[in-house]
Design a protein around this ligand. Structure first.
Ligand SMILES: Cc1cc2nc3c(=O)[nH]c(=O)nc-3n(C[C@H](O)[C@H](O)[C@H](O)COP(=O)(O)OP(=O)(O)OC[C@H]3O[C@@H](n4cnc5c(N)ncnc54)[C@H](O)[C@@H]3O)c2cc1C
Length: 483
């Protein structure tokens, strides 16, 4: 067994690990980046990028099929499943290639391949070949699909995001388990590409939407396009030579048995910390078994160990992994000094159509923080996009946006949206939240005409009108009328 000693060891070379590596290098040259699998990151290889490529193809098919309302008749749409998958793989490989170039640029002596496990608080075993003593350690091991026992034994008939994008062509049918971000993005995309899709949830959750009215709206809208039971009752799942036989009760409670080519497990993700040997070190874990950490410094209860990205099971998004990796790496480099890092206003987007976005404090957090003695100290403004000018022009007039603000100050707290251009409105609102803007300040910003953002203005005005002492708006009356 080889032995090495370093200042900083980073476990995992995904987005968080690469960010940590670059940041740690600013303080020390004694850094080791450990990777068990392929370089290239989850995001580029099997996550954000291939999923958005699949969605792009799906949206293209959908819009070609639904242009009749404009008097534009595209004729029957033919989907070439092989060509769809080939483009996804080609473009995915291109994105992965850029990541590989970056890793290639890292000092050769700073990289080691193998699976890392803690022997003790300062010692990592890499497979059976190397023992590393590290003064500081960053855990950036990411996450993996969590597959429930009910579908775990389907062998080659089980898809996850890890193998879906490797298919040579589109399947004929897929049962999607999981009503979250990944299940709905992929389920809708496959359905739009002509795959027979049924999406099954368990708890009633829909794309993690917290507001019950928006959630119901989204559920109804998705059901107009594909079968989606958010509270499904599955009776049995059985692998057959050519696929999977699924017995379930339909939304009317009638027992159905249906055959699918595959089951796609989109039933959540599990942080890769359970196989790290954390039991060999003195570190405080949360109920899910992930190390507890300070989100400003990424430091765990074991002071020399930092944790970033999906591994900490908190904000499992790409931009958060990048930020957290940079904070963790910088502090691992500077330790025992620590710097608090920049944490941005929360923003998440689901790339379904209509899209889902949430920004700032969640409704649950607002209810907890802004309710006292049973009295809500926050206001809710809302807009429906059904009659909204530009959304209607484009035939994308579906959806609902709710904005939340503090009753006393008019401070914008957060928002949830299911509707058109939510990815862009989400950014505007996240920026406003980070700038700690009030409704009045937001309404003093420019709104072009005719744009979907005018719907946002309607929601902001609605919230503003509910403030007990609504400060007068400087918006000209003429503008107030055009929503
Ligand atoms: C289908 C899908 C779609 C997504 N879409 C989006 C999106 O649109 N927008 C968005 O913001 N986010 C999206 N995400 C989430 C985003 O991809 C992740 O938040 C992000 O990639 C996490 O980066 P990471 O560095 O924490 O983990 P990873 O990139 O997974 O890196 C972890 C690395 O650690 C390695 N490793 C694990 N254990 C060990 C060990 N013991 N020893 C050595 N190495 C180890 C792994 O091999 C891996 O390379 C999506 C995720 C999925 C699955």
């Amino acid at each position: 067994m080889q032995k090495k000693s370093v200042d900083v060891a980073i476990i995992g070379s995904g987005t968080a690990g690469m960010g940590a590596y670059r940041a740690a290098r600013k303080s020390t040259d004694s850094v080791l980046l450990i990777e068990a699998g392929d370089y290239g990151t989850t995001c580029a290889r099997v996550g954000c990028m291939p999923s958005k490529l699949l969605i792009a193809a799906a949206d293209s098919a959908h819009h070609a099929r639904h242009s009749d309302m404009f008097g534009v008749h595209a004729g029957p749409v033919r989907i070439d499943g092989k060509a769809v998958m080939q483009r996804i793989q080609r473009e995915r490989d291109r994105f992965v290639g850029f990541v590989l170039e970056s890793v290639e640029g890292f000092d050769q002596t700073h990289k080691i391949k193998g699976f890392a496990r803690f022997k003790d608080a300062h010692t990592l075993l890499i497979d059976q070949h190397t023992e590393i003593t590290a003064k500081r350690i960053v855990i950036a091991t990411g996450s993996r699909p969590a597959v429930p026992a009910l579908i775990a034994d389907l062998g080659s008939r089980l898809l996850t995001n890890d193998n879906l994008f490797e298919l040579a062509e589109l399947p004929e049918s897929v049962a999607v388990f999981g009503p979250g971000v990944i299940g709905l993005e992929l389920g809708q995309a496959l359905s739009r590409l002509g795959v027979r899709v049924k999406v099954f949830g368990r708890s009633g959750s829909v794309a993690n939407i917290e507001d019950a009215e928006i959630r119901r709206y989204a559920l109804t809208t998705f059901n107009q396009e594909f079968y989606f039971d958010a509270k499904a009752s599955i009776n049995s799942v059985e692998a057959t030579p050519g696929g999977v036989l699924l017995s379930f009760n339909d939304q009317g409670g009638h027992p159905i048995t249906e055959h699918f080519d595959y089951v796609l497990a989109a039933t959540g993700r599990k942080a890769n910390v359970d196989t790290l040997g954390l039991e060999n070190i003195d570190i405080t874990l949360d109920a899910q078994g992930a190390p507890v950490f300070d989100p400003q410094t990424m430091q765990s209860s074991a002071k020399h160990i930092f944790i970033a990205g999906d591994a900490n099971n908190t904000l499992t998004l790409l931009h958060e992994a990048a930020d957290e990796g940079a904070i963790a790496g910088r502090n691992a480099g500077l330790f025992p000094q620590l710097q608090t890092g920049l944490r941005r206003a929360p923003l998440s987007v689901v790339f379904t159509e209509p899209q889902v976005a949430s920004m700032g404090l969640s409704l649950r957090e607002i209810q907890q923080r802004y309710t006292a003695l049973g009295v809500e100290n926050y206001v809710v403004g809302q807009v429906s996009f059904e009659g909204q000018g530009r959304s209607r022009v484009m035939g994308k007039n579906q959806g609902l946006l709710k904005v939340y603000a503090a009753q006393d100050s008019g401070l914008f707290l957060g928002a949830e949206m299911f509707g058109p251009a939510a990815e862009h409105i989400g950014h505007l609102l996240a920026w406003a939240r980070q700038q700690e803007m009030t409704l009045k300040q937001m309404l003093a910003m420019p709104f072009y005409h005719p744009v979907i953002e005018e719907g946002l203005r309607t929601a902001l005005r609605d919230a503003h009108s509910k403030l007990s002492q609504a400060p007068a708006l400087s918006t000209p009356d003429a503008l107030k009328k055009s929503a």
